[in-house]
Write a protein that binds this ligand. Structure first.
Ligand SMILES: Cc1cn([C@@H]2O[C@H](COP(=O)(O)OP(=O)(O)OP(=O)(O)O)[C@@H](O)[C@H]2O)c(=O)[nH]c1=O
Length: 632
């Protein structure tokens, strides 16, 4: 059998599948692989937003699952496996990453998001080779991913709930199982079906060929990182064809050629084109020509080093209205973009190329055009535009972050250093000091609120409340979402007079907004409007614990028993080590306010101190999480 040599290589090894998924076990069992199952204890809590692409997140989770099992078996059970296989399947749609639903409501949210649309299923796989040396575990990780596109039919509410009540969605990424009842929801599948089920068998076997049957060294220049091996199929491989059966030897071959490259001193430098020159006998990475041996090249660090350049390229393209122009014109050559935005042709071309490489633009022979996500999020006039927040990041946060070092040394905000003005009264002095700055700040808050409002509004069932007061609710974006979701709810947005005077042009056009009213006042000084639900969205992170106590005691006094309090903030994990977006946001609060981001238990103790109980926290996967509690 053509497959036998590939899998036969694993026959003499102790292979462990680090997965509790019965589907993965079945897929590998069906092809005759012998393995032990040791489910991973790794919690799937990596910060999604810290990964440039969804598949990188899936690969990293797969890797961590496998490494956790390898370490546990080595340390706890004194049994070092030869190979540990880890996998992680995710579903992506509209920029969301969907994993397994936490409850039926969550499954409903996922499936209605998938209804009538095409989505991608990514499975990241890690093959970890283990070796015990002087009682220390050594590991070599090979990883890859596979993408399959799946299109769902339009799902009626009835079908959706019938399917949810079948119980099938609960342990499956995206809330469906294509191999069973879920198959009835699917219009088409493009790509590997088994990848959707949970394990990309075909790509896995090709990877094994790549590892155990490396091509002769003189053909190494055909290999591309993370592509299938230069051998088009694994079917024709037999044991006799290879003189090497160890993945380590293969890596050594690559290392040798890398060193040859370095000593040759030219022709293929990391900054040069990624066209493979005939004398470059090296594996070639993708877009930036960096030759990557995943174990030796510090890709994470390099990505961080580059991070500010990528941010600034996005900021400048947004400021120069490149995405607006391309949304209106469709496709343009760089010279036309340069002429319209009044900039140099050489500079514009480099900016456009960088944006294309970062996935913000498409580049073809006809010219440059917006990607779908640029049309949705970067054009300033689109419904879900982040333009306001991007301009705020460029004009306000960037200057503040240039003083991060002083902020860290002094432990205080840097408004004076960045803008030459003391912020004794944070909002009046920093954000509302001029009409221009105020409008920019409100546009920024509006874009974040729009992006997060749906997830915050649906994080908990708030249908028992009739009146809500959004303290510091700014343009009313969350309030408008809440009244859409809960038709019996009336919301008062309570904010400073300077804000309320400017809210009108942020109101949704053509939407019935009568249940939202705006009242001006200062929540520290004035009486709070009566309500049975209070909301604080991105408020507590601006202030010290002392000021929070003042505010919470006022809210607590205004609340009758049974009243609710909804917070939305980025919630840190209790150990403050995993959620990088939230931890960076906490640095962001350091440079500009006296506040900080807090962990779930920190919020819980602040709330309980003021008589709020049943504190529940929901991580939404969006930029704001939600915390709900009731007054006892
Ligand atoms: C889209 C889809 C997914 N799944 C299952 O969804 C789980 C994903 O979750 P995971 O986190 O990757 O794996 P797990 O089940 O938690 O197991 P583990 O590897 O131990 O983390 C896996 O089961 C897959 O089969 C199906 O069975 N059918 C489908 O059509």
């Amino acid at each position: 059998m053509a497959l036998k040599p590939v899998l036969g290589k694993l026959g003499s090894k102790r292979v462990v599948l680090a997965s509790a998924s019965p589907r993965r076990q079945e897929i590998l069992c069906n092809v005759g692989l012998r393995f032990e199952v040791v489910p991973s204890w790794f919690k799937e809590t990596l910060e999604k937003s810290s990964f440039a692409t969804p598949y990188k997140y899936a690969i990293e989770t797969a890797k961590q699952k496998a490494l956790e099992v390898a370490n546990r078996m080595h340390v706890k059970h004194l049994r070092t496996p030869d190979i540990v296989i880890g996998a992680d399947t995710i579903v992506t749609v509209d920029e969301y990453i969907l994993e397994k639903p936490v409850d039926k409501q969550d499954a409903y949210r996922m499936l209605s998001r998938l209804s009538g649309k095409e989505h991608s299923v990514f499975t990241g796989v890690a093959i970890v080779h283990c070796n015990s040396k002087d009682n220390r575990l050594e590991t070599e990780v090979t990883d890859f991913y596979e993408e399959t596109k799946v299109k769902f039919a339009d799902l009626s509410e009835e079908l959706l709930w019938d399917y949810i009540h079948s119980g099938e969605p609960m342990d499956k990424a995206g809330g469906y199982g294509i191999q069973a009842l879920g198959g009835m929801l699917v219009e088409y599948v493009h790509g590997d079906f088994l990848n959707v089920v949970g394990f990309p068998l075909n790509h896995f076997c090709k990877k094994l060929v790549e590892l155990y049957y490396p091509p002769p060294k003189h053909t190494l220049h055909h290999i591309k990182h993370d592509s299938v091996p230069s051998v088009e199929t694994f079917e024709n491989i037999s044991d006799e064809e290879s003189d090497s059966s160890s993945p380590i030897q293969y890596k050594d071959a690559i290392k040798m050629d890398r060193s040859k490259l370095h000593s040759s001193g030219g022709g293929c430098s990391p900054g040069s084109s990624n066209i493979i020159k005939p004398n470059c006998m090296v594996p070639v990475e993708n877009w930036n020509g960096v030759m990557e041996n995943p174990d030796k090249f510090p890709s994470k660090i390099v990505e961080l080093l580059d991070g500010f350049r990528a941010s600034k390229a996005l900021f400048v393209a947004s400021k120069l209205k490149v995405f607006d122009l391309l949304k209106n014109k469709g496709v343009l050559q760089s010279v036309d973009v340069a002429n319209t935005i009044n900039a140099s042709v050489c500079g514009t071309e480099r900016l456009l190329d960088a944006c294309a490489a970062l996935g913000l633009l498409e580049k073809t022979i006809q010219g440059y055009s917006n990607t779908d996500s640029a049309n949705t999020y970067l054009a300033s006039d689109s419904e879900d535009s982040l333009h306001g927040y991007i301009i705020h990041s460029n004009d306000h946060l960037w200057p503040l972050f240039t003083h991060l070092e002083s902020a860290v040394k002094e432990g205080t905000m840097q408004n004076y250093r960045a803008f030459g003005k003391k912020s004794e009264n944070l909002f009046q002095d920093s954000y509302y000091q001029s009409m221009e700055v105020k409008q920019r700040f409100m546009a920024a808050m509006h874009s974040i609120a729009k992006l997060t409002a749906k997830d915050v509004a649906t994080a908990f069932d708030l249908s028992q409340f009739r009146s809500a007061c959004d303290l510091g609710g700014c343009t009313g974006a969350l309030a408008n979402e809440l009244v859409q979701k809960y038709p019996n709810l009336k919301v008062t947005v309570f904010d400073l007079p300077e804000v309320i005077a400017n809210v009108s042009h942020f109101q949704p056009v053509g939407q019935h907004t009568a249940p939202v009213t705006f009242t001006s006042g200062d929540f520290f000084k004035d009486n709070l409007p009566a309500a049975d639900l209070y909301i604080l969205s991105r408020i507590l992170h601006d202030w010290t614990d002392e000021k929070i106590h003042v505010l919470l005691s006022k809210i607590s006094a205004a609340c009758k028993p049974g009243c609710g309090l909804l917070l939305s903030e980025m919630v840190l994990d209790d150990e403050k080590k995993n959620r990088s977006t939230a931890l960076l946001q906490s640095l962001n609060m350091l440079v500009q306010t006296e506040g900080k981001e807090r962990s779930g238990s920190e919020y819980q103790s602040l709330l309980e101190h003021h008589g709020f109980t049943s504190v529940k926290i929901r991580l939404t996967g969006n930029l704001l999480d939600a915390i709900f509690c009731t007054k006892c």
